[in-house]
Structure formats: structure tokens, C-alpha cells
Design a protein around this ligand. Structure first.
Ligand code: ADP
Ligand code: MG
Ligand code: ZN
Length: 188
């Protein structure tokens, strides 16, 4: 009985997508049908595959809503459902994953557990609570090289402020993996 939810979390660059793809590939070796999803986000390049920072890929449906995923789940025969970047879906995605797992499927999701301020990210803590398995991965801290649990947002060359809007028009932005000690959020 594989009915269960597995969650893979950690900061950016922790290898969440790599680990998700590894599990997808192993399921395929076991001749299981895998249905994979990722959210369509703004103007980022989306393609039709889940891609990790080191170039690993897995085919997926790029969807704009939970309804879209529901439709595909109803139409397709599958054994395993995977979702990358789970933090970008509305809160109902938790109930959706629960329903799919309750129907006997293996559900694997991955995403950020904290935002750039180090706060729990949206519904990710909630799905971690109801999951059978949680894997919390670390990246390498770009300042001290120790294990990194957080995502540092850098705006125009300085750590982001708590009040910086999520989308800053015209700003030069980047993200780095950082440990608790090296993670910074500027006060206003
Ligand atoms: P995530 O989905 O968690 O953002 P990915 O699976 O896409 O991560 O990418 C993981 C890969 O990122 C690593 O295997 C490594 O090649 C690369 N990488 C780049 N910067 C870092 C870092 N600071 N720490 C760890 N891995 C890094
Ligand atoms: Mg990823
Ligand atoms: Zn550090």
C-alpha cells in the first residue's frame, strides 16, 4: 500500500527538485505511471518539464490552477503524483493532495519551507504536518560553507528588507542559500 504523502523541503539550491526527479525516475524504473505538475509562474521560462539547477529534467504538466490538476488526475491513469514548487499553489492544494493520497496513490511534493524572511512559507508547514514522510534538505551556505537552511534574497546588491515587495519593478535581484547565522533580513 503506497497511499501516502512525501514532502521534500529546504531552501533554494538544497536539491529539492533533484531529489524529486530522483524519486520520479525510480518510480518509473518500477514501471509505475507518474503524473508530474508544476505551477505556471509569471513570466519565468516554463517549458514543459521540471528542471533542477544542475540541469536534471522530468516531463510534467505546467498548470495554472488546482482545477487544472484535478481534471488531469481524473483523466489519466497513474500510480504516483508529483508536484514541484508546491508553495506557489493556493491553500486548497493541501486538501487536493490528501484526496489523491486517500484514493490510494503515492503523492510526492517539494517546495520551500521558509520564505526569504525565514518565515514558514504559506501552506508548506500544513502539508508537512499531514505527510507520512518529510525530508528537510540543506544547501551550502554561500558565506560560510556550512549547511544552509534559509534563502537569502539580495536586492540591488544588499540583503532585502522585510518590507520589500515580492515583485520589485526594475530591481536587480538574486537569491543565495545561507545558514541561520549568515541569513540577513534588513529592518526598515
Ligand atoms: P532546489 O530545487 O532545492 O532549488 P535543485 O535540485 O534545483 O535545488 O538544485 C540543486 C543543485 O544546485 C545542486 O546539486 C548543485 O549542483 C547546485 N547548487 C548551486 N548552488 C548551490 C548551493 N549553494 N548549495 C548546494 N547546491 C548548490
Ligand atoms: Mg527546485
Ligand atoms: Zn553561513
Amino acid at each position: 500500500n503506497s497511499a501516502s504523502i512525501e514532502v521534500i523541503v529546504g531552501p533554494m539550491y538544497a536539491g529539492k527538485t533533484e531529489e524529486l526527479i530522483r524519486r520520479i525516475n525510480r518510480a518509473k524504473i518500477a514501471e509505475l505511471k507518474v503524473l508530474s505538475f508544476k505551477p505556471k509562474i509569471d513570466n519565468r521560462y516554463n517549458g514543459s518539464s521540471i528542471v533542477s539547477h544542475n540541469g536534471k529534467e522530468a516531463d510534467c504538466f505546467v498548470v495554472e490552477s488546482i482545477e487544472e490538476m484535478k481534471k488531469i488526475v481524473q483523466q489519466e491513469k497513474f500510480d504516483v503524483m508529483s508536484i514541484d514548487e508546491i508553495q506557489f499553489f493556493p491553500k486548497e492544494v493541501v486538501e487536493f493532495c490528501q484526496e489523491v493520497a486517500d484514493s490510494g496513490k503515492r503523492v510526492i511534493v517539494s517546495g520551500l519551507d521558509m520564505d526569504f524572511k525565514g518565515k514558514p512559507f504559506h501552506i508548506v508547514p500544513e502539508i508537512m504536518a499531514v505527510a507520512e514522510h518529510v525530508s528537510k534538505l540543506t544547501a551550502v551556505c554561500m558565506k560560510c560553507k556550512r549547511p544552509a537552511t534559509r534563502t537569502q534574497r539580495i536586492v540591488n546588491g544588499r540583503p532585502a528588507k522585510a518590507s520589500d515587495p515580492v515583485v520589485l519593478v526594475g530591481a536587480k535581484e538574486s537569491y543565495e542559500a545561507r545558514c541561520r547565522k549568515c541569513h540577513e533580513v534588513l529592518r526598515d
